[in-house]
Design a binder for this molecule. Structure first.
Ligand code: GCU
Length: 625
């Protein structure tokens, strides 16, 4: 059958795309040898996608060999050859990092940017495998090595990798990535958000070397329901590039696996099953549990005859019972704050361990034992530093506002982002809550979509709580009567919701009059409340955007919340001012959402002390006084 050329090209491209989807990233890559590819990358801004499509708008990478495309990273063979791009003479961007905060002309840019990095590499072992690892790329990444397409990843906040074993030459490798951060209605998040759409290679890029058969993934946590038995599930990866492409091999021979916790004098040996998985249970009678007051972590070593990897892991239990949240069996009050993944002093994405220490250090100064990482997965340093500092975390996927609830591709995308997040962070004691949404309008398709995500989370990790920022509505007969009966609340462990009484709903003097009707007898966590204040702007308590207005709203909100018998925590919106294109008010917002307790210059506002003093008073009382 003779297909028209265009249709044949489209079919070929679709097959290629399907075959070239990125892999889930191997775990704990920073513990492995390889090459750190962070630093200066050449860049070409490409708003017309000229480096990706030919002039008939056909993707250059849909045909082999490609007849063009910036990913070929070509140079003229002679003085007469026409090539209209050159990475060697192009400007550069720093990786990791968003492009918006690196150049004035890119601050509001949305579209495609091409990145190119040259590198040399010789593997340290003969019998090895190589992976190109990306901590995250916002939003779509098309990745090419030495002119060949490795694949595509969709989703701006989770890690992914491509196996490149046998494709890396000792010198002169060309790694090219097209990053497209165009917002799309079918995407996750969709087109409307209240944060800056920072595009780029926003997190670490590494060439990771592993043994031929290696420990790809593991989950080492307390056995569900136990506080003195450690459960370890260790997954090996033995399929090299040839094997993974071949027909499934016969059941592989078992591989010996050993788990040890040397500072506890614990160890166990076992072997993998037909799926390459080894499972262990280690009695740990004297296990010092992790908590904010005592963030104890223990060295965990995993080994096979050909591989060894280790890291520090904390062990704790988290559960709900009636209206209580139980940490290690004790009722706890979550003294929280919300955070965007942004360093306000730089006005760009937070990407490094130093950024994580800055932001989480501020949260500790505020008196927090809990942080909501809004509204998308933050970089991996955040959970690792939170483990060390003793901060509990709420982690979230960007199922935000008006997602396309009935689009199956959108659901698959959201599930993939949730899966990549959970696999990355499910060994982090700090993470206690997976959140599947924020402020999504109630409808049957939306609740079905979110329930699917809850099922995905619980299947990947039955040990943590699942929630979302749910909807509140007002009694039509009484504007002071607030009702929380979101149908999605039947599926979550917490009843968490955002409320902005006194900012978007009346003035702060409304707060003392408010009464609540809650449809579920579950622990209540107020996932957002707050008000804008320009740091340094002063007036009386009714002057919008003054520090005094914000401080009064905090004081009155905290007093109001104490009337809710099952109130067990809050993450006020938000620790720091953050960039948002929705906030243009000149000389007050100037493209920033000003609800931070800390201004963009790092200066604390009056409300910071209001909340800090309240948290100090709650430090030792778990439930509402
Ligand atoms: C919403 C939303 C936030 C937003 C905030 C605000 O609750 O969840 O992402 O920034 O309100 O309006 O400032």
């Amino acid at each position: 059958m003779h297909l028209p050329r265009t249709l044949a090209v489209i079919i070929a491209w679709l097959c290629l795309m399907t075959a070239l989807h990125a892999d889930t990233a191997p775990l704990n890559v920073l513990a492995r040898p390889g090459l750190n590819l962070n630093g200066k990358w050449a860049m070409i801004i490409d708003p017309y996608e000229n480096g990706y499509y030919d002039y008939r708008h056909q993707p250059y990478d849909a045909t082999e060999p490609a007849t063009g495309g910036y990913f070929l990273d070509r140079k003229p063979a002679n003085k007469s050859e026409l090539i209209e791009y050159d990475f060697d003479t192009a400007p550069t961007l720093t990786v990791p990092g968003d492009w918006n905060s690196q150049a004035e002309r890119l601050l509001y840019y949305e579209g495609s940017v091409w990145y190119r990095r040259k590198f040399d590499y010789t593997p340290s072992a003969a019998d090895h495998r190589l992976f190109l690892y990306f901590g995250a790329v916002n939003y779509r990444a098309d990745v090419y090595l030495n002119g060949k397409k490795l694949g595509t990843h969709i989703g701006g906040f989770t890690p992914f990798a491509f196996e490149v074993t046998g494709q890396v030459q000792p010198a002169g490798n060309s790694l090219v990535v097209r990053v497209d951060d165009t917002r799309r209605v079918e995407a996750v998040p969709t087109v409307n958000t209240d944060w800056w759409n920072y595009g780029g290679l926003t997190r670490d890029v590494l060439l990771v070397e592993t043994p031929a058969v290696f420990i790809r993934d593991y989950q080492v946590q307390l056995k569900p329901g136990s506080s003195n038995t450690i459960q370890a599930i260790v997954r090996l990866d033995r399929a090299g590039p040839a094997a993974s492409a071949a027909v499934a091999p016969a059941a592989p021979a078992p591989v010996a696996v050993r788990v040890s916790l040397p500072d506890l004098g614990l160890s166990a040996s076992g072997q993998t099953d037909a799926d390459g998985v080894a499972r262990f249970e280690l009695p740990a009678p004297n296990l010092a549990l992790w908590s904010p007051a005592s963030p104890r972590r223990h060295t965990v070593e995993l080994s096979t005859p050909g591989d060894r990897i280790s890291e520090k892991i904390g062990f704790r239990t988290i559960a709900v019972r009636g209206a209580d949240i139980l940490l290690n069996g004790e009722s706890v009050f979550l003294r929280g704050i919300c955070l965007h993944e942004e360093n306000p002093l730089r006005g760009g994405r937070a990407t490094t361990e130093a950024d994580a220490r800055l932001l989480l250090g501020w949260a500790r100064e505020l008196g927090c034992n809990f942080v909501r990482l809004a509204h998308y997965p933050h970089n991996e340093y955040m959970a690792r530093v939170a483990d060390e500092l003793g901060l509990m975390l709420w982690e979230e996927v960007p199922v935000y506002w008006t997602i396309q609830w009935e689009n199956p591709d959108t659901l698959t995308n959201a599930q993939a982002q949730l899966t990549e997040l959970i696999i990355r962070d499910r060994n982090r004691a700090s993470v206690i809550i997976w959140s599947v949404a924020n402020e999504t309008p109630v409808s049957e398709p939306r609740t079905r979509f979110l329930k699917t995500l809850v099922d995905t989370a619980r299947s990947l990790d039955p040990t943590r709580l699942v929630s979302a920022a749910m909807e509140v509505h007002t009694d039509p007969a009484d504007s002071n009567h607030k009702i929380v009966d979101d149908p999605f609340g039947q599926y979550t462990d917490l009843l968490s919701f955002n409320q902005y009484i006194g900012w978007y709903d009346g003035l702060p003097d409304k707060l003392p009059k408010v009464r609540w009707t809650l449809a579920y007898e579950k622990p209540v966590v107020i996932s957002e409340f707050g008000a804008d204040a320009l740091q340094g702007l002063h007036g009386d308590k009714l002057t919008r955007f003054s520090e005094e207005y914000q401080a009064d709203l905090y004081a009155q909100t905290l007093a109001m919340l104490q009337k809710i018998p099952q109130w067990r925590g809050a993450t006020p919106w938000i620790l720091c001012d953050f960039r948002s294109p929705r906030r243009p008010l000149a000389n007050v917002q100037d493209g920033w959402n000003r609800k931070g307790l800390i201004g963009e210059n790092g200066t604390r506002k009056q409300a910071f002390n209001i909340l800090r003093e309240y948290y100090e008073s709650r430090r030792f009382t778990a439930v509402s006084p």
